[in-house]
Design a protein around this ligand. Structure first.
Ligand code: THU
Length: 133
């Protein structure tokens, strides 16, 4: 799966966003080890702390479909600049891989590439053991 396709899918995922409180729409496209893409968007709640980020919704969708190994994620928003994943999302992404590429997609569709291990060094994690079922 090429980066351009994944970046485009992150932008497409923004259409699923429910963000009436922040008006900040985020989309994520998560690539599984076996080559499937799972999209997610942020879903907010009037009790603001219950809002869920795009990345975590993409992970939940993928895991519910039986996929637990991921190699790359692309994140897009309708803001002026790219959105790095929040700390909670970094921890959730780390649950299902030892490391992965993180593409931060800009408004013009271009992206910058990071490693999750650089964004979250010394993570609290159990990998490389298999997560318990
Ligand atoms: N948001 C995400 O979806 N992903 C991130 O990595 C950062 C923040 C969402 C949460 C909330 O709906 C909105 O952006 C504003 O914080």
């Amino acid at each position: 799966m090429d980066d351009k396709t994944l970046a485009a899918r992150a932008k497409a995922a923004m259409k699923g966003s429910y963000a009436p409180y922040s008006n900040f729409h985020v989309g994520a496209a998560l690539l599984s080890e076996d080559g499937e893409i799972f999209q997610g968007a942020n879903v907010e709640n009037i009790s603001l702390g219950l809002s869920v980020c795009a990345e975590r919704n993409a992970v939940a969708t993928a895991v519910n479909a039986g996929h637990r190994r991921f190699v790359k994620v692309a994140i897009a928003s309708d803001g002026d600049s790219s959105v790095p994943p929040c700390g909670a999302c970094r921890q959730v992404l780390r649950e299902f891989c030892e490391d992965m590429e993180v593409l931060l997609v800009d408004a013009d569709g271009s992206w910058r590439k990071f490693q999750l291990s650089d964004l979250m060094p010394e993570a609290f994690a159990h990998f490389p053991q298999e997560p318990k079922s």
